[in-house]
Ligand binder design. Structure first.
Ligand code: RIB
Ligand code: CA
Length: 323
């Protein structure tokens, strides 16, 4: 099976870094380009983090374009230092890449790559959806020009993580998310329903730390800060696997047990529901017979031990990664 051409849109953060590592290590992905967006940190810092990680991994041939700093209806307001550290990658300092961000914007890069890939480009978005929404404004036919889109975001039947109902990527820019869900494609959504069940444990981190490569060791180091945030949630040093799981779903690397084709909408009101991904799951008792208005495939269940699978791939890449 040939590698899948990928455009990766991220707010490089710690779990975004693990997702990037997955894309670099997997022979199922052909990483064509990366756009950064504000979320965990600002889009420029996310690009810096991404370039430094790419250089450490020996993957300096991937263009990285800085995307939207502000959201559709509000300015960026500082990110999530309590989760991802002040610099977005757990406050660790990486060797500075000699490669600079692309001169084009993330939207320019995304649209160029879509045309070059002639319908085969798959979008994986693991941050707020601002860049994707801006690309849709510029090119409303984008859904017809690409192979599809997989996002990490939302919560269908479980609580949010920013508010009782809203997950961070959606909550940061509900208007962008609403536009993406309304664009005419089917959004594969990898929500907290599954990402919060896939937990990277201390022993997984220790295996990365003990690896022989600077890249995996840097990933292990940045997990330190991230683990402490999740200690409050799970009661032990560990972390949920949000963004890497979205990559695994997009590459077909996890067995999905439930991913119904349903109608989904995003609450863009300014009330307590703002940022909620409202998936219409009412037909679950009849096997979802009517999919005529469907625009979303929320992944609600998977089997297997994804964190161990991820660790194994990072330690033994299947792709030929230049060292
Ligand atoms: O809610 C988790 C998501 O928000 C992840 O993508 C994390 O990196 C942050 O962007
Ligand atoms: Ca992210």
């Amino acid at each position: 099976m040939s590698a899948r051409p990928i455009y990766f849109d991220c707010d490089t953060g710690v779990d975004d870094a693990l997702a990037l590592a997955y894309l670099i290590a997997s022979d199922k992905a052909q990483l064509r380009g990366i756009g950064t967006v504000s979320g965990n940190t600002d889009s420029a810092t996310a690009a810096r983090n991404t370039l430094d990680l790419l250089q450490l991994a020996g993957a300096t041939n991937v263009p990285v374009a800085i995307g939207e700093r502000d959201f559709m209806t509000r300015s960026y307001d500082g990110g999530a230092p309590h989760v991802h550290g002040a610099n977005g990658i757990g406050n660790i300092v990486l060797p500075k890449s000699t490669t600079e961000p692309s001169a084009e914007s993330a939207v320019d890069l995304l649209l160029r790559l879509a045309h070059e890939a002639e319908g085969k480009l798959h979008l994986i978005a693991v941050g707020p959806l601002t860049n994707i929404a801006r690309a849709l404004e510029r090119e409303p036919r984008l859904p017809e020009l690409v192979d599809g889109i997989t996002i990490m975001g939302g919560a269908a039947e479980v609580p949010g993580n920013i508010t009782p109902v809203a997950e961070a990527n959606i909550a940061n820019d509900p208007e962008a998310a609403a536009a993406v869900f309304a664009a005419g494609w089917t959004v594969t959504m990898v929500p907290l329903d599954v990402t919060m069940t896939q937990v990277l444990e201390a022993e997984d981190r220790e295996r990365l730390a003990a690896s022989g490569t600077e890249f995996e060791q840097a990933l292990a180091q940045m997990l330190g800060h991230y683990f402490e945030f999740y200690r409050e949630i799970y009661g032990r040093a560990c972390c949920a696997m949000h963004d890497p799981l979205a990559v695994a779903v997009a590459l077909g690397d996890v067995e999905i047990t439930s991913a119904p084709l349903v109608r989904a909408q995003v609450d863009t009101t300014n009330g307590p529901g703002r940022g909620q991904t409202i998936c219409d799951l009412r037909a679950k008792y009849r096997g979802y017979p009517d999919q005529s208005r469907a625009n979303c495939r929320p992944v609600l269940g998977i089997t297997g031990d994804f964190p161990s699978q991820l660790t194994q791939l990072l330690l033994e890449p299947t792709a030929q990664v230049l060292s």
